[in-house]
Ligand binder design. Structure first.
Ligand code: ZN
Length: 440
């Protein structure tokens, strides 16, 4: 009998700080051998010939909304996790708000956990929520095993998940610090966005550009500055999600230099789409914070290149097609959220590796190694090393393809990337030694 369940031979292994040709031996879901010089001598029942392919640690998508239970008609763990797997993701973190009940207490956690366990084809973790009503439930959620807590500083769009006023944030962050957990925040200023949105709509200005102007970068900066102050005052570990601008990233970098324990995420759409794309594509490209201009996209890539962006999350936020319509051309009225979970790696390879010479190692850092380290999963996840989970994405770096609607595994196969040509395709995804996706 072989010592291995699976051997992957002659692939180019890419880690967060290395790139070399070698073999990977897998047994009972773990990587048990990696050879760079000589091939693994033994044979395995199953072998993959990876000549010409790159092998990455499986992606960890820290930010998805799969909406189950309660809004499974929007997405769900089955369709959502299949899409993620097709994009090379081996672990996702599901956000607490779009499910019903939301994940704001033990009961909500257990209901979601049951569904996720039954239906997910990849590994996963669940976020808990921080809302004004549940500061006293944070401890039970922590003991349930949430990966961290998520709060909104402006309305979430979901009636069952209220945004946190400053007192809630402060109290919640004190408690989360005591528990040794981490708070992720959607940071936009309610005062600024509400006032500007009212003004725009009263004047009948409801285009894509108007929507973007009602949520300016300053609204993110104001909220981020405020929550950084609370992090400084409480000692709570902080994670800023979906920063749309390099100015937000700079604030986080400065805070790190002052000794605040903070990290920052951005999303593939802020690195590849602009207000002009939103105008052209319509509600399919609506998100909050909104898309910015071409210059901002380049500034964000510069921050990515120099390592200031810790994490890339898809913020996959799907909704049924009837909610992604702008009645009478009013972009304020359509659901905000971009479906993108399947395309994260393709966007980063096309826009980053190919167009802007971003090294593969840097991409691996942001989509896998850094998330694993930040959320306590490293080196079991986020690493190709002996003893790690055999969570891998095998990619064909040179393969060109045009994304088609039929390629998408989402419940509702809409995406701003349909019709876009990408170079670099995930062809096989392995979760704990099992192949969960192969191209075609
Ligand atoms: Zn989100």
């Amino acid at each position: 009998m072989s010592d291995y369940d699976l051997i992957i031979r002659n692939g180019i292994i890419v880690t967060s700080d290395n790139c070399f040709k070698g073999d990977i031996g897998i047994k009972e879901g773990k990587i048990i051998e990696i050879t760079a010089q000589a091939p693994i001598k033994d044979k395995a029942e199953k072998e993959i010939d990876a000549v010409g392919y790159h092998i990455l640690p499986g992606l960890i998508d820290t930010h998805v909304h799969l909406n189950e239970p309660g809004r499974t008609e929007w997405e769900g763990f089955s369709t959502g996790s299949k899409s993620l797997a097709a994009g090379g993701v081996t672990t996702f973190f599901d956000m607490p708000l779009n499910s019903n009940p939301p994940t704001i207490n033990k009961v909500g956690f257990e209901l979601k956990q049951e569904q996720a366990h039954m239906k997910s084809v990849t590994d996963y973790r669940l976020w808990g929520g921080l809302v004004p009503e549940n500061v006293s439930n944070l401890e039970e959620l922590h003991h349930c095993g949430v990966i961290g807590f998520k709060a909104f500083m402006s309305p979430s769009g979901i009636d069952e998940f209220h945004h946190s006023d400053d007192v809630t944030l402060f109290k919640g962050m004190n408690e989360i610090a005591r528990l040794g957990s981490i708070l992720a925040v959607h940071a936009e200023s309610t005062v600024i966005t509400d006032q500007l949105a009212c003004q725009k709509q009263n004047e009948g200005k409801v285009s894509a550009k108007d929507f973007c102007e009602s949520r300016p970068i300053i609204s993110e900066l104001e909220a981020v500055r405020r929550v950084l102050s609370y992090a400084e005052a409480t000692g709570c570990k902080l994670h800023i999600v979906h920063a749309s601008s390099s100015k937000v990233v700079k604030l986080v970098t400065e805070a790190k230099q002052r000794g605040i324990d903070v990290s920052v995420e951005t999303c593939p759409h802020y690195l590849s789409l602009t207000v002009e794309d939103f105008t052209e594509l319509g509600p399919i490209a609506k998100c909050a914070p909104p898309l910015r201009d071409t210059e901002e996209v380049e500034f964000l890539w510069a921050a990515f290149a120099n390592g200031e962006i810790d994490v890339i999350g898809s913020d996959h936020s799907p909704a049924p097609p009837n909610m992604k319509q702008a009645l009478n051309g009013n972009l304020f009225r359509a659901w905000g959220g971009i479906s993108g979970a399947q395309s994260t790696l393709s966007v980063l390879l096309e826009e980053g590796y190919w167009k802007r010479n971003i090294p593969l190692q840097r991409i691996v850092q942001t989509v896998s190694t850094n998330p694993a380290k930040r959320f306590g999963l490293f080196p079991t996840k986020g690493s190709i090393s002996v003893g790690s989970d055999a969570d891998l994405a095998i990619i064909h770096l040179n393969q060109r393809f045009t994304l088609k609607k039929e390629d998408l595994f989402y419940r509702h196969p809409h995406s701003p990337y349909i019709g876009k040509v990408f170079r670099g395709k995930n062809v096989t995804t392995i979760v704990k030694g099992s192949i969960v996706f192969t191209d075609g």
